[in-house]
Design a protein around this ligand. Sequence first.
Ligand code: CO
Length: 195
Amino acid sequence: MAVLAILTFPDEALRKRCSEVTRFDAELHKMLDDLAQTMQSQEGIGLAANQVGDLRRMFLMDVPLGKDDKTGEELRTGLLEIINPRIASKRGEVRFEEGCLSFPGIYENVIRANEVELHWQNRAGEPMQAKMQGLVAICAQHEFDHLEGITFVERLSPLKRRLAMREYERANREAIGDKQFRAKARQRRQPQQIS
Ligand code: CO
């Protein structure tokens, strides 16, 4: 297993609509293992494959569920490998302060559905489905968006997006720190069509 480099905005891979996984083979399994190690190394709760430059429709989640009432133990979903996902239905609305490993340093309130029914395939290619709620549903929608080439800042109003991008540039100027970065960031600020 390997920890892979996570691509950050304005990397082009984050804008790409990813393509269906068709081969459920050893190469796919190795990539899923590497993605898991990469997500764990960053203490992320979700990671889409295009965030490491792999343009296939798959993401991982391992989401905290809060404490067990009786034992006080921290509960989690455990590692979920979501391949070729489809959101079959959505319900309700929830606002949550999201972050993204591809946008280090910024956190923004995003409104999403509070419940989703997700259909996907596991690493063996078998069909899976689940009703998800709360943080699990939020994370699934954030990661699903990545596979469509949509990042969480594009779920903000135009004004909030501009402010978020300014903050991101400020937070990352020293790390990346060249004119090219600013030029790309300006280009990228054009909102993408969301359907
Ligand atoms: Co993200």
